[in-house]
Design a protein around this ligand. Sequence first.
Ligand code: NDP
Length: 343
Amino acid sequence: MNQSALLNRRILLKSRPIGAPVAENFQIEEVAIPAVQEGQVKLKTLFLSLDPYMRGRMSDAPSYAEPVQVGSVMCGGTISRVEESKHPKFQSGDLVLSYSGWQSFEISDGKGVTKLDPKMSHPSLALGVLGMPGFTAYMGLLDIGQPKEGETVVVAAASGAVGSVVGQIAKLKGCRTVGIVGGPEKCRYVTEELGFDVCIDRRADLRTELAAACPKGIDVYFENVGGAVFEAVMPLLNVRARVPLCGLISHYNDTKLPEGPNRLPQLTRTILTKRIKIQGYIISEDYRNRFGEFFSQMSTWVNEGRIKSREDVVNGLDNAPQAFIGLLEGRNFGKLIVRVASN
Ligand code: NDP
């Protein structure tokens, strides 16, 4: 048996970042894989999902979820193959969705491990459009945003895992759909491939371009980033606009409040006078009972070619830290996935 089949390569949180994460916050090591005991399965990681929420887990600031402890394996959703099973629910060869984290193998007791269709032609979609990010887009837009035909929907981080799905659903619902992204290549993709009506580069004169793109104002703003993007959106929000507050990625590395005038009174006045609904949500906490409904509808749309998705696949577990650092700077183009092993 070759050595790599006996060792688990894994990436630990070595230290908590101050500001943007750096390579030194992570540590790569190899350890022996323990023998599988009764009631356990040995999972071999094929794909690891990298997601913005992991920045929150690297911090021990109070949050809705426990932080990763320093010295522990970084958390993360994975697609894995069952290599050995002493668990009644799983057999060797099963393809599963698990939460094994940043490592090549996991010995699991089966909790939170879900079997996938073994014939799934593209299993990594279960980490993207057919998984947590797609679910986040679907519930946030439809349950909180409640878009109506003819309304204008603006989507931040529109080429990414969540935003790309939000905009396409908004189009299916008959809305005028405006994306905001970082860079011309992403802009082209969002309009030409995904069918958004307009896309704006967030580094352009956002206020002016957004006003031109939304002549009837904004009815739904799907918030993924916060900061300068939200500031440009706010004056254009219509009376009774809805803002699903999904993410605030531009603030995840902040170490203090921004300089400058306090804009809180302006924000609260806008919310009051325009009767705007801003609602935060955490998909894993607030909608866990509705995954089935989402999955059935989204699988249909994907199979019919009505919802498209794009993956940014990075090869090799060792490249996960750099890829994750890049995600927080907008270097990914599509759902960021690490291919850890080929089968
Ligand atoms: P993406 O695939 O969209 O990748 C992140 C993107 O964010 C980058 O590509 C970049 O896009 C943009 N970005 C990065 N840094 C900045 C910045 N400083 N300012 C503005 N934009 C920036 O990620 P996801 O689709 O997985 O996640 C999108 C958002 O949804 C995140 O905020 C995430 O935390 C949130 N989320 C929330 C969930 C919930 O339950 N509430 C669940 C899942 C995700 P670009 O280059 O186009 O600007």
